[in-house]
Design a protein around this ligand. Structure first.
Ligand code: NBP
Length: 471
């Protein structure tokens, strides 16, 4: 055996991850179900001067045997049934102490199940969330590891070497047992949906409410990227808005059909938040916005019925828009981290929130300056909900009036702001000491005798409800 690590699944992500590993000086054994992909990979590795550190094996048994013990074998195949199929094929060749590192976008419950199945066999199972797309996989992704802690230590030097670095620190960490790594990756993607949708809503205000051209909007995003909103998504938004279609000479963004795709992780985040009883309205709003975007024909039909937007222009300043986006983002991250805190408690994962914010500072899609501040705030152990962390309390106090102004202006101008308005409503509900659920409890007792509490008098009390009103 000569390879430091093995990798199965040489499609886009697997190939790039394998090249990254070889480039960092490790010898990697590679295998793929369809052998032609192995040849293509070897040719690519050769063109990049990395083929000396690649051990190609078309035979699965020979592939496993070529990896030094205790083995770390990465699986990078399509999520779902192919992962189970691959595990079943690998198992007969593995020995106690070896580990499978599954690095695709798996549902964390599947990872929990696979981890539980392999643990009694003394085969380690690591569910690893990898963020950063193709480019990240090749040059440094953010890596969220969950599963067998002992085997994590075997793979740790390699994973840390290939991960993105933020001021020299690797964006890679062990986060907890079972599906913890894939859970955190799922919430990462949910937060990403929220960030993208809020940016799109602000773009809508610029385009439809302020009458700005893509070029002018691009310039604003470029400036914002130098301030508190500094992040990868703000940066690429500036680039997307600046692109010109070669064929027509018009802004490319104006030609792209307004239907957004989705692959599932946003939906998983929203579902798990609901299951845990933690409000994640910004993520839910973003997922719903993608769904409504996909119903283009229905929207056109509804526009014909109700007429085009009649609200006219909006009069908010660009500074107000910037502050509104910052406030919305704080709420969205507060919600995402609250979901992780609750899951951690329920599953006994002990998720390190400061570390999660730390490893998201580079490599991943939501990387930002903001996450650096967040990880510092969580490291000081101040609170679990970001809205109660002193540094963010002051930012929120200063910026929520702007969010309010933008949402109100959007409503008057008939501009949809599903994510920003959900964030504002959550904030207003979160900081309201006396809500309106007393009425809900009255209604529930009226029709279902569900009982209510009167502080100082008791719980599970019932009302004598009048069945008719007045005269
Ligand atoms: P794909 O998700 O397109 O999967 C293709 C790979 O799966 C090929 O190697 C294919 O082998 C293999 N495979 C399939 Br399909 N069924 C198999 C089976 N039954 N047994 C063995 N191998 C099987 O590849 P990808 O786009 O590189 O993504 C890999 C994972 O990474 C996915 O979970 C994805 O969600 C995740 N991810 C992707 C990105 C991205 O930007 N693309 C970013 C982050 C995470 P074959 O060559 O024989 O068909």
């Amino acid at each position: 055996a000569s390879a430091d690590i093995g990798l199965v699944g040489l499609a886009v992500m697997g190939s790039n991850l394998a090249l990254n590993i070889a480039e960092k000086g490790y010898t990697i054994a590679v295998h793929n179900r369809t052998a032609a992909r192995i040849d293509d990979f070897v040719a690519e590795a050769k063109s990049q001067g990395l083929s000396e550190r690649v051990v190609p094996e078309a035979d699965l048994a020979a592939f496993v045997a070529s990896v030094k013990r205790p083995r770390s074998i990465i699986i990078m195949v399509k999520a779902g049934a192919p992962v189970d199929a691959m595990i079943a094929q690998l198992l007969p060749h593995l020995e106690p102490g070896d580990a499978i590192l599954e690095c695709g976008n798996s549902l964390y419950a599947d990872t929990d199940r696979r981890f539980a199945a392999l643990e009694p066999k003394a085969i380690g199972y690591l569910g690893v969330g990898v963020s950063g797309g193709e480019e990240g996989a090749r040059h440094g992704p953010a890596i969220m590891v969950g599963g067998s802690e002992e085997q994590w230590h075997n793979a740790q030097p390699i994973l840390e070497a290939i991960a993105a670095k933020f001021k020299g620190e690797p964006c890679c960490a062990y986060l907890g047992r079972g599906g913890a790594g894939h859970f955190v990756k799922t919430i990462h993607n949910g937060i990403e949906y929220g960030d993208m949708q809020m940016i799109a809503e602000v773009y809508g205000v610029m385009r439809d409410g302020l009458g700005m051209s893509p070029a002018a909007a691009s310039e604003v995003f470029r400036k914002w990227n130098e301030g508190p909103l500094n992040s990868y998504l703000i940066e690429i938004t500036g680039h997307v808005l600046a692109a010109i279609d070669e064929e027509t000479g018009t802004p490319l963004v104006d030609l792209i059909l307004d239907k957004a795709g989705q692959k599932g992780t946003g939906v998983w985040s929203a579902i798990v938040a609901q299951q845990l009883g933690v409000p994640a309205t910004a993520i839910e709003g973003a997922v719903a916005a993608r769904s409504i975007s996909s119903r283009k024909d229905e929207r056109l039909a509804a526009e014909a019925v109700y007429g085009q937007r009649g609200g006219g222009s909006v009069s908010v300043s660009l500074e107000t828009l910037e502050q509104a986006l910052l406030a919305g983002k704080i709420v969205s991250y507060a919600q995402g981290f609250a979901v992780m805190a609750k899951a951690s408690e329920d599953k006994g994962w002990n998720l390190p929130l400061a570390t999660i914010a730390r490893i998201w500072r580079a490599g991943c899609i939501i990387r930002s300056r903001f996450l650096d501040q967040m990880s510092a705030a969580y490291a000081r152990g101040e609170a679990t909900n970001l809205l109660m962390v002193p540094d963010f309390v002051s930012v929120m106090k200063a910026s929520h009036p702007a969010l309010r102004e933008v949402v109100a202006a959007g409503a008057r101008a008939e501009l949809p702001l599903p994510c920003l308005s959900a964030a504002l409503s959550y904030f207003d509900a979160y900081r309201q000491g006396r809500g309106t659920a007393n009425l809900i409890q009255g209604q529930r007792d009226f029709f279902g005798a569900h009982g209510f509490e009167i502080p100082g008098r008791g719980t599970n009390l019932h009302g004598t409800w009048p069945s008719t009103l007045g005269k």
